[in-house]
Design a protein around this ligand. Structure first.
Ligand code: MN
Length: 737
């Protein structure tokens, strides 16, 4: 045989393939085009006769996925694997063995990594069982995928391209509930993973597409507003680009390009809904990107920009000197632009730009080789291993995975200078478990920047963390209270689970007693009959000892056990929701005693949030969130009317906030949501539910909470319900009155 990739001469190369091969030749002249053509040939044959849900011939899908990867300049093995990625799962007669024979070990491994597990069809009698089974499958597939990704990052890149094309064609999917589920999974897991890998152009496309299906109404609104205001912004931006270009050339900087930077719809939505910005304020902000030839030129360009316009110092960041863990580099600066509006500018080299847009894929494009890339992402890979070996039940697993991926991060350093990313509010305990499970289990103390800190100390960006261990040390159950990363929590729980039962029982009993005493309840009275009465209410418990064991394992909290014995509403002296209304209970330091204080309606501040007071003309003092756009505007217009205030720690009373929840249509969900809010001890004071076209519901709920911590607790509880897609706090807008 002349070539291993011989194709029958009667076969006609389709146009789509010719275009793909031309693109690849142009980007990578040394690409093995014969091999790629052969992979297409095999895939086309394997998928012949199959169509997608959209009605298109199936081969259009692997071809589109491969196109995405070709534009990321991925290597030959990845390209071949992408063409073949669905053949093992869907087709007759293609096995991994066959792929290994024809295309080699690497391609076979990549294809196997992206292939879904196959499941036996189970007898799922009712909706609920069917759903549970679906969740199990989704979780199993994810676990497997995470493991495969941990072995080779290219598996993930293929998977992301696959998901991107599926999202691009999701419109054609018949089942609306499935569209929602796929979109939510995309937003929860795939977009954050793309961000972790730094593949920005895939990340924002995934987000915008998911946003379109999850919140069609808002998507349309924002899209319309963006289009309407575009021309104004463009004129302003072009003026700024012109000025900066001229000056750069005068100073001898080699300019690759200067251009406007589009804002993505989902990020606008996020800013409005989560951060309470007004639409006008976001789009007033224009953004520019300067790409230059060398690193030195970046700093010259920075000097040029600073010379042209007034820089806003607090918005400067040098990610060239200190790259982000995913390799991102750029200078970020904000200035007051030519028309007096804030202007955001990013400055970077071409290579930095490719890394910013393509992330991990850029490292392949720059021929670092698979090993070097795996090195760069060593941390992420370790985390992927941890996740894939997570023992938790499927729905917990999915939920925690998305918190792990989604939560804001802090970057801290090991004493050796390695950078680790942890969820926000992480402590030395989270840090230790991230480095190694054994380090966490033997932890006795920690130093941050050389100073001893308590174990619940919250780490900040840039902290250098050193842990102190002792070989016979043991973790404490309290740690579950303050650890921030689901993975540390899960390792702790698994430790307590395997600890000897009698130890768990003793520890659990002690915790329940302590909780009773803290509520001034006599353990002697409560640990008998009252406790027996609770047995049926806690899963898998047949004796009081079982309950203690669960508490000792950290699976059930002592608080909830005591709550069940003694419903909180009857407990005297406990601070549950009460009828205290907003006036009279605003308790702040820094206010003027005789002057009335009110919460501003535009941002509904609650205790625990950073606030400022605004002295109105004749209507007392308005309390605004420090980040509220109105407060920021006052800072410009009449700063003398702003007074610093802070909440008193002993404040009491409850405050109304407005929430927006999107859920699937399901019977009983209304009761579930209200019960959950009641269980979190918040009052519902208003509710409006309306159906959306895609079989989802949108709820506007107003609840009363004590403070920000209480609110977060409520948000957490409700978002953990199945069929709740999203819950957000909205400021001053739609909440029902
Ligand atoms: Mn596919």
């Amino acid at each position: 045989m002349a070539s291993p990739y011989e194709i029958s001469h009667t076969w006609e190369e389709p146009d789509g393939l010719t275009e793909l091969l031309n693109d690849i030749r142009q980007q990578r002249p040394d690409a093995d085009v014969r091999k790629i053509r052969y992979a297409y040939f095999i895939a086309e044959d394997a998928h012949s006769g199959q169509t997608r849900a959209t009605g298109d011939p199936y081969i259009t899908h692997p071809l589109a996925v491969t196109n995405i990867l070709a534009h990321l300049r991925m290597d030959d093995d990845t390209i071949c694997a992408a063409l073949l990625h669905d053949t093992v799962e869907d087709c007759k007669g293609i096995t991994t063995e066959k792929i290994r024979e024809d295309f080699g070990e690497e391609v076979a491994m990549l294809v196997e990594g992206v292939t879904k597990l196959s499941f036996k069809t189970l007898d799922e009698n009712n909706e609920r069982q069917k759903k549970a089974a679906e969740t199990d499958r989704a979780a199993e597939n994810l676990r497997k995928m995470l493991l495969a990704m941990a072995k080779d990052v290219r598996v993930m890149v293929i998977k992301l391209a696959d998901r991107l094309h599926n999202m691009q064609t999701l419109e054609g999917h018949k089942d609306p509930a499935k569209r929602i589920r796929i979109s939510q999974e995309t937003l929860d897991i795939f977009a954050p993973l793309a961000a972790r890998l730094g593949i920005w152009q895939v990340k924002w496309q995934l987000e915008d597409l998911a946003f379109k299906f999850l919140h069609p109404k808002e998507y349309k609104e924002i899209q319309d507003m963006v289009v309407k205001t575009r021309t104004d912004r463009e004129a302003e931006l072009n003026e700024a680009i012109h000025i900066v270009k001229d000056e750069l050339i005068k100073r001898g900087v080699k300019v690759v390009e200067v251009q406007g930077r589009p804002k993505h719809l989902f990020s606008i939505f996020n800013k409005i809904v989560i951060h309470g910005f007004r639409f006008e304020d976001i789009l007033d902000l224009i953004a520019m990107r300067i790409v230059v030839a060398s690193k030195d030129d970046c700093y010259v360009a920075l000097g040029v920009v600073n010379g042209l316009w007034v820089p806003m110092q607090e918005h400067f960041a040098d990610y060239i000197a200190r790259p982000k863990p995913n390799g991102y580099q750029s200078l970020h600066i904000k200035v007051i632009g030519p028309r007096g509006e804030p202007l955001e500018i990013q400055i970077r080299t071409k290579e930095m730009h490719d890394v910013a847009e393509m992330g991990v894929a850029a490292h392949y494009a720059y021929k670092e080789g698979a090993n070097a890339v795996d090195q760069r992402f060593a941390n992420l890979r370790q985390q992927l291993f941890d996740w894939s070996s997570d023992y938790r039940t499927s729905s917990d697993f999915l939920r925690n995975l998305s918190t792990d991926l989604f939560s804001e991060q802090v970057f801290v350093f090991t004493p050796k200078g390695e950078v680790l990313d942890l969820p926000k509010n992480s402590t030395p305990v989270d840090f230790a478990f991230r480095v190694h499970t054994n380090l966490g289990l033997r932890l006795v103390g920690a130093k941050v920047g050389g100073q001893i800190v308590p174990l619940d100390h919250q780490l900040k960006n840039g902290d250098i963390v050193e842990v102190i261990t002792r070989s016979n040390a043991q973790p404490s159950l309290d740690w579950l209270q303050f650890t921030a990363s689901p993975s540390a929590k899960s390792k702790l729980r698994s430790y307590f689970r395997t600890r000897r039962r009698d130890e768990n029982v003793a520890q659990g009993k002690e915790l329940v007693e302590r909780e009773l005493k803290s509520r001034k309840l006599d353990p002697k009275l409560y640990l008998g009959e009252k406790l027996t009465g609770v047995i049926g209410q806690i899963k898998d418990c047949r004796t009081s000892e079982d309950i203690f064991a669960k508490v000792g394992e950290g699976l059930v909290s002592a608080i909830s056990v005591v709550d069940k014995m003694r419903p909180p509403t009857q407990t005297k002296g406990e601070r549950g929701p009460n009828k205290a209304r907003e006036t009279g209970v605003l308790s702040v330091v820094g206010g003027l005693d005789s002057v009335s204080m009110r919460r501003a309606k535009c941002c509904d501040p609650i205790p625990g949030e950073d606030v400022v007071g605004y002295v109105t003309r004749g209507r007392g003092i308005m309390i605004h969130r420090a980040a509220c756009t109105n407060a920021l505007a006052y800072e410009q217009s009449d700063p003398e009317r702003l007074i610093p205030i802070d909440w008193k720690p002993d404040g009491s009373g409850v405050f109304r906030v407005n929430l927006k929840i999107v859920t699937l249509e399901r019977q009983g969900l209304l009761a579930d949501v209200s019960n959950m809010i009641a269980e979190a001890r918040a009052n519902i004071v208003g509710m409006k539910v309306r159906p959306l076209p895609n079989t989802t519901f949108e709820w506007d709920i107003s609840v009363e909470v004590r403070d920000i911590e209480h609110l977060n607790f409520v948000l957490n509880k409700v978002s953990n319900l199945s069929d709740v897609f999203s819950i957000l706090r909205v400021h001053g807008r739609t909440g029902s009155r």
